[in-house]
Design a binder for this molecule. Structure first.
Ligand code: NAD
Length: 348
C-alpha cells in the first residue's frame, strides 16, 4: 500500500488514518495544503475495493480542493476524508460520531462537510463531537431564499455562469441557439438543465437512473440518449455532471462538442488529455474552477455575508474562466494547465 510513493501524494501536509473498533469506523483524512487557511472538504463514504483505492481517492480529492479554493479566492486550504464502507448498510450514528471525534483530533486543520454517501444529517451527527464542520446552519441561498444547507443550487448556478462564459469565448452565440448534452441529471445536472432551458437552450440528457431523464424530458423537453452515447452527441456543449474521468482515451475522439463545461469533479482521466482537447479545438472549462460555487456557498454561510455577496462571488467564476481561456489562447496551451499554474501561484 503505497503512500509517499503514490503518484497522488503530491506534497500532502498531513494524512491521518483511524480505526474505531467500537463503531466499525475505518477512515482517512488527507490535508493537502493549509497555506491559505484551514482545509475544507467533504467526507465520502464508499465501499472501496482496497485500502490503496481509498488512499488514492482521498489524496486526489484533497489536492483538488486546494486548487478549487485557491481559484475561488477563498481563505481555505484543501482537504478531504473518506470512510471505507457501504453507506447503505454499514453506517450508524455511532460511526458518524466517531468520525466527528477523528475530525476533532486534527484541531481545526481539517473542516468536514458532506460528500457522496454522507448526508447533511450525518454531518450533524459528527458535529456532536467536533466544531470543525462546514455547511451546517446555512442561512440563505444565492437567491435570498432560506437554505436547507444543500450546496447543489449554488453549484448549478456557478456551472451555468461558467458554461455561458465558455460559450461566449468559443462560440459567441446566444444560449437559445445551442444544444447542450448533459451527462447526469442529478442534484446539479437537473438544476443546470433548468437554467439552460429557461435560457432557451435545447437539451440532450443521459443518466443511469431512468426517472431522472424522464423528469428532464417532461420538465424541459430534453431528448434522452443512452449513457454510452452522451459524449458523442452532436451538441455545442458537453456538460459532464455525473462521475469523474469521463474524458478518457476511449471517449475523447468521439466528442463533437466545441465546449466542455460541467460540474463533475476530476473530469479528465489524466492531465495530458487537456492538451489533446486544446489541439482538437475544444474549449474545456477546468472542473475545479467551474464547480467551485458549492464551497463558495459554504464560505458565505460562515462569515458575515449576504445573498448578494454570495451571488457576486459565484458569478466571478465566469470572469476567472474567461481569463483562463484567454491565457490558454495566447500561450497555445491547455486550459487545465493554465488553471493549475494560476492556482499554484496563490497557495505555494
Ligand atoms: P448526484 O449523485 O445527485 O447526480 C449524479 C447523477 O449522475 C445521478 O443522477 C446518477 O444517476 C447519474 N450517473 C451516475 N453514473 C452515470 C453515468 N455513467 N452516466 C450518466 N449519468 C450517471 O450528484 P451531484 O451532487 O449532482 O454531483 C454531480 C457531480 O458534480 C459529481 O461529480 C460531484 O462530485 C460534482 N460536484 C457536485 C457538487 C454539489 O454541490 N453537489 C459540487 C461540486 C462538484
Amino acid at each position: 500500500m503505497a503512500v509517499f510513493s503514490n503518484a497522488a501524494f503530491a506534497d500532502h501536509e498531513h494524512i491521518a488514518f483511524h480505526q474505531d473498533p467500537v463503531s466499525g469506523l475505518t477512515a482517512i483524512i488527507a490535508v493537502h495544503n493549509t497555506a491559505l487557511g484551514p482545509s475544507l472538504g467533504g467526507c465520502r463514504m464508499y465501499p472501496y475495493a482496497s485500502d490503496s483505492a481509498a488512499i488514492t481517492d482521498v489524496l486526489r480529492l484533497s489536492k483538488g480542493m486546494t486548487y478549487k479554493a485557491a481559484m475561488a479566492n477563498l481563505p481555505m486550504g484543501g482537504g478531504k476524508s473518506v470512510i471505507i464502507g457501504n453507506p447503505h448498510t454499514d453506517k450508524s450514528p455511532e460511526m458518524m460520531q466517531a468520525m466527528g471525534a477523528f475530525v476533532a483530533s486534527l484541531s481545526g486543520q481539517y473542516i468536514v462537510a458532506e460528500d457522496s454517501g454522507i448526508a447533511v444529517s450525518d454531518v450533524h451527527m459528527m458535529a456532536t463531537k467536533t466544531k470543525y464542520v462546514g455547511g451546517l446552519n446555512a442561512k440563505f441561498t444565492y437567491e435570498g431564499t432560506p437554505s436547507d444547507g444543500n450546496p447543489a443550487p449554488s453549484t448549478a448556478y456557478g456551472t451555468f455562469v461558467g458554461l455561458k462564459a465558455a460559450v461566449d469565448f468559443a462560440l459567441q452565440k446566444d444560449l437559445s441557439e445551442l444544444t447542450v448534452a448533459i451527462q447526469g441529471v442529478g442534484q446539479v445536472g437537473y438544476r443546470l438543465a433548468k437554467h439552460l432551458h429557461d435560457a432557451g437552450a435545447k437539451l440532450v440528457v443521459a443518466d443511469t437512473y431512468r426517472p431522472a431523464v424522464e423528469k428532464a424530458k417532461s420538465d424541459f423537453g430534453a431528448q434522452i440518449v443512452d449513457i454510452n452515447d452522451i459524449h458523442c452527441v452532436a451538441a455545442d456543449v458537453l456538460a459532464p455532471c455525473a462521475l469523474g474521468a469521463t474524458i478518457n482515451p476511449s471517449t475523447i475522439n468521439h466528442i463533437q462538442a466545441t465546449v466542455i463545461a460541467g460540474a463533475a469533479n476530476n473530469q479528465l482521466l489524466t492531465e495530458s488529455l487537456g492538451q489533446l482537447l486544446f489541439d482538437k479545438g475544444i474549449t474545456y472549462a477546468p472542473d475545479y474552477v467551474i464547480n467551485a460555487a458549492g464551497i463558495i456557498d459554504i464560505h458565505h454561510q460562515h462569515v458575515q455575508s449576504t445573498p448578494e455577496k454570495m451571488k457576486a462571488h459565484i458569478e466571478r467564476i465566469g470572469t476567472t474562466l474567461t481569463e483562463i481561456f484567454e491565457q490558454s489562447q495566447r500561450q497555445q496551451r491547455a486550459t487545465n494547465l493554465i488553471a493549475n499554474e494560476l492556482a499554484e501561484a496563490k497557495f505555494q
